[in-house]
Design a protein around this ligand. Structure first.
Ligand code: SF4
Length: 337
């Protein structure tokens, strides 16, 4: 099967109604926009040359729906200079109305990725996010009714986030209609207001193994629902590690989370664990802990279903902190090997 190619254009901070306390999109995307049209054209020309054909063009790293009319028109125009099947945007989960929906439809936008981060109004406010859970739900309903593919981005271990907030997120994650999920553990970059807060007197509420466990629960819930998890953890851009002063960064975070999902499955099977070929196996921890049988009958979805039924459906992970304890055990093992 040939690969689906997305031409990415990064528009860091463009349109954003406020700077969220954790965000430094220039570092995360490795891009700076000084002259909007010129800098974007440069990115476009650079990527265009890399391949003969592209399937989709995407605008990441800013708030597309808060850009001025002029800037949006410029970006739509750009999408027409290349033969793509569809357009994808990253958007702030507020200020969607019928007119904007029509505008998106007439410009071939089929996928909208919403930077939701949390469904807790309190957490959103503390992190200077300028919307509420109800705004998010209204936006999702409107996009869904109009046939858009919806992507959701959630952060884990945000400033001010409690276990109750995680449960709230999980409730929506397990019931809403969306197609893609991206999971980002909170990373504290030195230029941000969050870095200042943590230096002064505050701290984040979770340990690394707890954030690993929560990210795994989100991953499993999305897969069980039939959604595709596009990303777990930040891209390891060259400049990121130099700028991190706290939080939960690991260059292999996604691999660790998937391995932990398999680890949870191996813990509950009463027989020899059956796994598919090339299963995620960070530091070989699974194969070193269990005697594995390979089979085509098992895939990640069936594993997610079993782990969800055992740990998440009845909230055992929360009431007894079961998954947190297993995450500590797992993380301790990866350190030893
Ligand atoms: S997190 Fe998103 S909305 Fe907030 S400042 Fe960064 S790019 Fe803008």
């Amino acid at each position: 099967m040939s690969k689906y190619n997305i031409l990415p254009i990064f528009i860091p901070f463009q349109g954003c109604p406020r700077k969220c306390i954790f965000c430094d999109q220039n570092i995360i995307s490795g891009t700076n926009i000084k002259d909007f049209k010129k800098d974007i054209l440069e990115q476009f020309e650079f990527y265009k040359k890399l391949k003969d054909s592209w399937d989709e063009i995407a605008f990441y790293g800013g708030s597309f729906n808060y850009l001025s009319d002029d800037k949006r028109a410029f970006l739509y125009e750009l999408t027409k200079q290349i033969d793509v099947k569809q357009v994808r945007i990253s958007a702030y989960p507020k200020r969607f109305d019928k007119n904007f929906i029509k505008e998106l439809q007439s410009n071939n936008v089929k996928t909208v990725e919403l930077g939701i981060q949390s469904f807790s109004d309190d957490v959103l406010k503390k992190n200077r996010r300028f919307y509420t859970k109800d705004d998010v739900l209204n936006t999702i309903t409107l996009l869904s009714k109009n046939g858009f593919n919806i992507g959701i981005q959630l952060m884990v271990g945000m400033y001010g986030e409690s276990l109750e907030d995680i449960l709230l997120n999980l409730n929506y994650l397990s019931n809403l209609k969306y197609k893609f999920l991206r999971i980002y553990p909170t990373v504290v970059l030195k230029s941000t207001h969050l870095a200042k807060l943590l230096k002064e007197k505050f701290s984040l509420n979770f340990t690394f193994p707890e954030v690993l466990a929560i990210s795994t629960i989100y991953l499993i819930s999305a897969i069980k629902l039939g959604a595709t998890v596009l990303r777990v953890g930040l891209h390891n851009q060259s400049k990121i590690e130099d700028n991190i002063v706290g939080g939960y960064f690991h260059p292999s975070f996604g691999d660790i989370v998937k391995t932990f999902a398999i680890y949870l499955y191996c813990k509950i099977t009463t027989h020899k664990p059956k796994l598919f070929k090339n299963f995620p196996n960070y530091k070989g921890i699974i194969a070193k802990t269990w005697d594995i049988e390979y089979t085509n009958e098992v895939n990640f979805k069936s594993i997610a279903d079993q782990v969800w039924g055992m740990y998440i459906e009845n909230n055992r992970w929360f009431t007894e902190r079961v998954i947190f304890k297993i995450a500590e055990e797992f993380w301790g093992k990866t350190y030893q090997r």
